[in-house]
Design a binder for this molecule. Structure first.
Ligand SMILES: [Zn+2]
Length: 451
């Protein structure tokens, strides 16, 4: 798998809904491509479309959108750029089309082909945008939406990789969540800061990673305010159900405002991680140790970074010691971020040692690449992917990749006998797996297996 780092960092910005609509979302506007080819079909249902409008009208924090900025000189962008497209939606397609439909009044066509208007469900009944009062319209259109703009020119394959990372996290390992600044968790926390993250968590942002923070907030609230019925009323949750979630007797499922649910792995990139957190918190709870929400967020982030569940004994020590740190720090008027740093360092001392680093990937010298190409295709400039049999171009300046039969991660070397010419897609999809294993499963007829 490629772990490229773009040449230009992402830019975090924001636009009001009104501006975004006028510039990019209005019917007929071509500036923003909501459906680049790597995007899935729109999958939201009516209650989700309406729920987003309701969330905005309630002033809830909406998680980051990710746009890719097109470049006139970038080969993969040329056609779209000439058609007037300047941005591509990498994350937020469902949310943006719901907003566009609500404002324009044009219904959304659902997967069964039926047209559904997007409305704001009020106690008095559904309201269309045109029915809003001037103040309500102003409220809605002045709401700021956070946007991360990918500035570096990327190929479509790289954009697909970014999209996949944002959607289900599968191609990147957990430690990469925090390093990968385009992941919604890192973006959300790095953009809003800890204090506002807590605030957003308690108020309950509603989509994607926001749902996970909502469930996290529920756990925190439940632990901090056991038996406090009003808190649950505020969060619009059922306490007995949350207790079941936390005790892990059933999969992590929780209602969020407007009945948004965290149920499918597709919607829940961090399901496994979150389950780990729940399990650990459940075990700690058995020992009757109280903890502060700071601890929970630090622990959550540590799990993101290391992907390791700390042993409960060590956590107990940490929870006990951090209580004093939090009290001291808060009295001293310290900032959340500083406190977070202290707790994080303190927790690190209680965590198991980090796993050994992966073997380093070394660039394959040009001479060896040329030799590999010549071995398979002689002097031809077109070859065949040794997995999927797709056409590849080489040796110099082509689109071919050199895949490792025994993966670098498994100790495979850059020897000619360990390298096979493939297309980019096969090499990237294979990831850190041995090509031989991956290919046997995905392309049993692969030339290099049968040769
Ligand atoms: Zn291929």
């Amino acid at each position: 798998m490629s772990s490229f780092r773009p040449s230009t960092p992402n830019q975090i910005t924001s636009k009001t809904i009104g501006t975004l609509y006028a510039e990019m979302l209005r019917p007929g506007s071509a500036r923003l491509n909501l459906k680049p080819i790597y995007q899935r079909a729109r999958c939201w249902k009516k209650w989700q479309n309406d729920g987003l409008v309701g969330s905005i009208m309630c002033g809830r924090v909406i998680p980051l959108f990710a746009f890719y900025k097109l470049h006139s000189g970038n080969e993969d962008d040329t056609t779209d750029y000439e058609a007037g497209i300047r941005f591509e939606c990498v994350d937020g397609q469902n949310r943006l089309s719901a907003i566009a439909a609500f404002m324009s009044g044009d219904p959304i066509v659902n997967s069964k082909g039926a047209s559904e208007p997007v409305v704001w469900n009020t106690p008095a009944g559904p309201k269309h945008f045109r029915d809003l009062s001037e103040e309500e319209k102003e409220w809605f259109t002045n709401m700021d939406l956070p946007i991360s703009i990918i500035q570096a020119p990327l190929t479509l394959t790289q954009r697909k990789e970014q999209f996949t990372c944002l959607q289900d996290g599968s191609p990147i390992s957990q430690p990469e969540y925090m390093r990968n600044t385009s992941h919604p968790v890192s973006l959300f926390i790095s953009r809003t800061g800890l204090r506002d993250t807590f605030d957003a968590v308690v108020r309950g942002p509603m989509t994607g990673i926001g749902d996970w923070l909502v469930v996290l907030a529920d756990c925190i609230t439940l632990y901090l305010h056991r038996g406090d019925g009003d808190r649950f009323a505020m969060l619009n949750r059922d306490s007995s159900r949350l207790k079941r979630v936390i005790s892990c007797k059933e999969p992590a499922v929780a209602d969020s405002p407007y009945d948004m649910q965290v149920t499918k792995p597709d919607d829940a990139p961090l399901m496994e991680l979150f389950d780990s957190l729940i399990t650990v918190l459940g075990r700690v709870k058995d020992k009757k140790v109280k903890y502060h929400k700071f601890c929970v967020v630090v622990l959550f982030n540590q799990l993101l970074v290391g992907g390791e569940v700390p042993p409960v004994e060590r956590l107990l020590t940490w929870f006990k010691s951090s209580k004093a740190i939090i009290t001291d720090h808060t009295k001293a008027g310290g900032r959340d971020v500083a406190l977070y740093g202290i707790l994080e360092a303190d927790l690190a001392a209680e965590l198991p040692p980090p796993p050994a680093p992966k073997p380093k990937r070394r660039a394959i010298p040009k001479k060896k690449r040329d030799e590999l190409w010549a071995e398979y295709f002689g002097v031809a400039t077109t070859g065949v992917c040794q997995c999927c049999k797709g056409s590849i171009k080489g040796p110099a300046g082509g689109n071919w990749h050199q895949a490792h039969i025994v993966a670098v991660a498994a100790g495979g070397k850059n020897d000619l006998s360990n390298l096979v010419p493939t297309c980019a897609s096969c090499n990237l999809s294979c990831g850190d797996e041995n090509l031989s294993d991956w290919c046997e499963r995905e392309w049993p007829e692969a030339p290099f297996l049968t040769a």
